[in-house]
Design a protein around this ligand. Structure first.
Ligand code: BJW
Ligand code: ZN
Length: 237
């Protein structure tokens, strides 16, 4: 299916949901998780983004976050993020659902954002549960601690952990009412986020995917556009 057809679907829809992943920030210089440039010191995300990995070696996990915070701090939103801000302004009903923790959608000016996997600029205490913002790069001492003396962890969602209370329900609700689901820069391998794609299909929405390469859902989406999000989204919107 062509970009023109996808542009028409998107143009005539009044309710749109967008699901983004690390690929939308790749052109801003933020490393992705899987595939080319996605690995840090040969670790896979499944080796680091888990409560077990953190319990085993909090310093190692924090070194990974320090590295990513460094890359993210230097990053600016790109033309893909900006196009989604324009789309939000055009649509009466619009929901941006992101798996990204980098804050680039906020920086671009998107309004309400459902951050399924949390925020890399927040910390949470593993002892007292309090949470707070911390944008220092690099962190002065690893691993960081809370005022109560407890070990601090990044305010993100790791494998095996539940998503923020109620957020997935909101994402599902937006997906179910959308006429178009636009899926950008995700390998669609991590659940429950990836499950929004078949959910939209079941509900009768058109699904448009923008990615450098095919994903497990390329065969069921209505239109799979292959190329960089920073080039395709401005042409689509
Ligand atoms: C471009 C581009 C360009 C590049 N333009 N494109 C089956 C069903 C349901 C769940 C499970 C299941 N099987 C297993 C699970 C559990 C698990 C899971 O999904 N595992 C999979 C490995 C199978 N899920 C979970 O554990 C989740 N929690 C959960 O299910 O809780 C249940 C529960 C309930 C009650 C109590 C307890 C538990 C949590 C998942 C958390 C994921 N966390 C991470 C880390 C977040 C923090 C951080 O950032 O540090 O989230 S892992 C990592 O993967 C990160 C990402 O958000 C996520 C998705 O990655 P994404 O965004 O797709 O990036 P990539 O790198 O994979 O892909 C980039 C894509 O962009 C590629 O396709 C490129 O081609 C493309 N690209 N440049 C366009 N310029
Ligand atoms: Zn504490």
């Amino acid at each position: 299916m062509s970009l023109e057809q996808a542009r028409e679907w998107l143009g005539s829809a009044t309710a749109v949901a967008v699901l983004t992943g690390a690929g939308i920030s790749a052109e801003s210089g933020v490393p992705v998780f899987r595939g080319a440039g996605g690995l840090w010191k040969d670790y896979r995300p499944e080796d680091l983004a888990t409560p077990e990995a953190f319990a085993r070696d909090p310093r190692l996990v924090w070194e990974w976050y320090n590295w990513r915070r460094e890359a993210i701090r230097q990053a600016k939103p790109n033309a893909g993020h900006a196009a989604l801000v324009r789309l939000e302004i055009q649509k009466p009903r619009f929901t941006l659902i992101t798996q990204n923790v980098d804050g680039l959608h906020d920086m671009a000016g998107s309004g309400r954002i459902l951050k399924l996997h949390g925020d890399i600029w927040r910390m949470r205490c593993t002892s007292c549960g309090s949470n707070w913002p911390d944008r220092r790069v690099p962190l002065p001492k690893l691993p960081p601690h809370c005022g109560c003396g407890g070990l601090a962890r990044p305010g993100v969602v790791w494998f095996g952990e539940p998503l923020p209370e109620g957020m997935m329900r909101e994402a599902e609700h937006a997906t179910l009412e959308a006429q178009v689901l636009l899926v950008v820069g995700t390998s669609a391998q991590v659940y429950p986020a990836a499950g929004l794609i078949p959910l939209a299909k079941q509900a009768g929405a058109r699904v448009i995917q923008v990615n450098l390469e095919p994903t497990p859902y390329s065969g069921i989406v209505d239109c799979a556009l292959e190329g960089p999000a920073g080039e395709i989204l401005p042409r689509l919107i």
